[in-house]
Design a protein around this ligand. Structure first.
Ligand code: ADP
Ligand code: MG
Length: 720
């Protein structure tokens, strides 16, 4: 049989699979470097997107030049000369012919630049011009070599694509091959979207979009071309998440927890205060979920101090009233113990049996609790990740609450999932996941947001202070302590600054890197200095992650009861700790903390009826740290700060897609493409609810693409 049938007989798909060496304009010589880039077929080439563009729009015309104006000129190198001036400086002069005129570019003391220029090169220069003996001159302009040597001669393109290259390939050659490949193959590509979908979402058809993605005439065209691929990529991702969610709802059954009016009233009677409107509606949404035989999977987000704990307690008591067991998991022992204390007060006269389980629990305590949980005679457990251990078994687990979920790894969450038979899940966070990320990573998660705060909250004042202002700050602190308030003082390290490892590492996962540890404050040193200095007249306590459980608890209890007025701490108290009388927060070496950490720390002191004050001291912050600190002092809104953090750090640094086990996105950017993300999510949800198996022939190509990309990682099986 003839292995290469006549072209007329080959299908578009077969043609697109043409090996690069047989693509016109490539040839065997260039095929080799292309293959090194992983580009084996004509189709691969078409989808090799530019990594950047050289923008030749908005160029200046030589005849319009004016002294001291910033200009962008495109031209051809006409002459290169260099010499050493009388003063002994190396001088490079490059004469550029730009349109009808000439400009002279000059560099001093940059010998290495000499060999970068040769006559005939196409360049883009940007800088300020001055008129020097009848010729326009640019001193030290920015220069871009346009690499058009092997490109189409005389190409008048306004935006030049820049491709990732490898040895043996030039930009010009790559562009030329790309043009030829587009001409010969782009119309063979199959459109995955039905025509109505394209129209409805204002998307260009594949061939038009691809052509202009490689060779846009201007920025608007590029944006429109890019939009098509961004949308497509995000739609496929969101479809995967929507199918996953649909299947989860179909497959797993959860305990039906009916929160009757009687139960609701019984629970509310236990609470020491009226619920806020935000808490009320959160409870309504949660109760509606619990009634369904489908596991709840809900994220409850609310800024620090918005009162999430009581909502969790409500859900827990509802589960217990329906005859099920519940777990509340907190990221630190201090927080678990605090929740236990809160619950102890609320349940002091109730029949509910519950226990607290942390790494610091004694063996006998632990054994008794585990026996009760396994037998079903104990209704609830509050704990740290200690509740995840193998031997913690539940007779009838109905609800899992994870507090401060951003402090747990994704994997920890998963391993708890397997602990019981499809319990309901409520995860809580005060560090809201920026919406665009939440949609991507937790497309299958329902979100409830508490936007209000308990009544009577006072504003919080934030100061970025210089060292000279220390004395004044401590004076202010002394005054407030004398009035009866309490204060936290935070330092990043536990002890000796020489030992950079002495942080409370577990709570310090998102601490930014990159500054020298020599002058970083440590809790022990700060404690000593305050006790023998500015706060010597006051009762000062110390807490950090390396103290024993009982010492930590004693230190926390002393502060809570007001026996100590000041608590010097590491970031162990970062999340959840709730002492409403504490209104002063001092953070030493604040540059060492991430933005969400700083916001959490500050959140410790705006929880009662008195205004809060937060003072940040820093040593030589990096520019990025400076931006974080300024962002913090400008806003007290955790949602806005989470967005700012996302902008400063970029999506990769937060819970990236990769950490979630998903392949990286190729073209979409979660920060800048959020409009498309939202649009794609809505479209995906509509598609899946109308046709859960995506079996409509009109979407068969989308379905195939989905399975190809996410079938395995998302375990989509055959979809539907
Ligand atoms: P977070 O959302 O940060 O977990 P908490 O649940 O710890 O907040 O609540 C913060 C403080 O506000 C606690 O002292 C709590 O008792 C109090 N609080 C919560 N809800 C209300 C309310 N509806 N009315 C009055 N105080 C409340
Ligand atoms: Mg909390």
């Amino acid at each position: 049989m003839d292995p290469t049938p006549a072209p007329a007989e080959r299908s578009p798909a077969e043609l697109l699979a043409t090996p690069v060496q047989f693509v016109r304009g490539v040839g065997p010589q260039r095929a080799e470097p292309l293959q090194r880039l992983g580009l084996l077929t004509a189709r691969d080439l078409l989808f090799y997107f530019p990594r950047d563009y050289q923008d030749l729009t908005d160029l200046t015309n030589v005849k319009d030049l004016e002294p001291d104006k910033l200009v962008r000129l495109r031209g051809t190198v006409a002459e290169v000369d260099s010499r050493v001036t009388n003063a002994g400086r190396f001088m490079l002069g490059v004469l550029v012919k730009a349109g009808a005129g000439f400009v002279r570019c000059m560099w001093f003391d940059q010998r290495w630049l000499r060999e970068k220029f040769s006559v005939g090169q196409d360049v883009l220069v940007t800088g300020k011009v001055r008129l020097k003996s009848l010729i326009w001159e640019l001193v030290h302009p920015q220069v871009t070599w346009l690499d058009t040597a092997d490109d189409e001669p005389g190409s008048a393109a306004q935006m030049l694509p820049v491709y990732g290259l490898t040895e043996g390939l030039t930009q010009g050659a790559m562009r030329r091959m790309m043009r030829l490949t587009l001409d010969a193959f782009v119309d063979l590509l199959d459109e995955v979207f039905p025509a109505e979908h394209l129209a409805e979402h204002n998307l260009w058809p594949i061939a038009t979009a691809l052509r202009h993605l490689h060779f846009p005439d201007n920025r608007e065209q590029l944006a429109q071309a890019r939009r098509r691929f961004v949308y497509q990529e995000l739609l496929i991702l969101q479809l995967g998440l929507a199918v996953q969610r649909y299947r989860r709802r179909q497959a797993s059954s959860a305990p039906v927890i009916d929160v009757t009016g009687k139960i609701d009233a019984r629970i509310r009677r236990l609470f020491p205060f009226e619920l806020t409107a935000g808490q009320q509606s959160a409870i309504l949404e949660i109760a509606a979920d619990l009634r369904q035989p489908v596991p709840m999977n809900r994220l409850l987000q609310g800024d620090v101090g918005s009162g999430k704990t009581i909502v969790a307690v409500y859900a827990m008591l509802a589960a217990i009233a329906a005859g099920y067991q519940a777990v509340i998991m907190a990221p630190t022992e201090i927080l678990a113990r605090q929740h236990a204390a809160t619950l102890g007060k609320i349940l002091s006269h109730s029949q509910v049996r519950w226990g607290c389980l942390t790494g610091g629990s004694s063996t006998s305590e632990r054994q008794e609790l585990l026996a009760g949980l396994a037998a079903g005679t104990t209704h609830a457990v509050i704990g740290t990740h200690a509740v995840l251990q193998q031997d913690v078994q539940f007779a009838k687990l109905g609800l899992v609450v994870i507090d401060e979920q951003h402090k747990f790894g994704v994997r920890q969450r998963a391993s708890l999932k397997q602990a019981g038979a499809n319990p309901h899940y409520l995860v809580m966070t005060a560090t809201p996941i920026p919406r665009s990320l939440a949609l991507t990573l937790f497309g299958d998660l329902d979100v409830t947001t508490i936007r209000d705060a308990p009544p009577g909250r006072q504003p919080i004042h934030t100061y970025l202070a210089a060292d000279e202002q220390r004395e004044r700050w401590w004076e202010f602190v002394r005054k407030k302590l004398t009035e009866g308030r309490q204060a936290y003082v935070i330092a990043p390290l536990v002890d000796s600054p020489a030992d950079a490892e002495a942080t409370d590492a577990a709570e310090d996962a998102d601490r930014p890197e990159g500054d020298s540890p020599k002058q970083i404050a440590s809790a022990e040193a700060v404690f000593e200095a305050l006790c023998h200095g500015p706060l010597e007249a006051f009762r000062v306590g110390l807490i950090h992650g390396r103290m024993s459980s009982s010492d930590k608890e004693a230190a926390m209890a002393a502060f809570r009861d007001g026996r100590t007025q000041v608590l010097v701490s590491t970031s162990v108290i970062e999340v959840g700790v709730d002492v409403p009388n504490a209104t002063l927060m001092t953070i030493e070496s604040a540059q060492r903390f991430g933005l969400s950490q700083l916001h959490q720390l500050r959140g410790r002191v705006s929880r009662g009826l008195h205004p809060g004050y937060c003072c940040l001291f820093t040593d030589e912050p990096s520019p990025e740290a400076q931006r974080r600190l300024e962002a913090l002092s400008e806003s007290t809104d955790g949602f806005a700060l989470a967005e700012a953090d996302f902008q400063i750090r970029g999506p990769g640094d937060l819970l990236g897609t990769r950490q979630h086990g998903l392949p990286p996105l190729r073209i979409a950017d979660l920060v800048s493409d959020r409009a498309e993300l939202e649009e794609a999510r809505q479209a995906a949800q509509a598609m899946v609810s109308a046709d859960p198996g995506l079996s409509d022939p009109a979407v068969s190509k989308i379905r195939r693409m989905l399975l190809h990309r996410y079938g395995r990682v998302m375990d989509l099986g055959d979809v539907g």
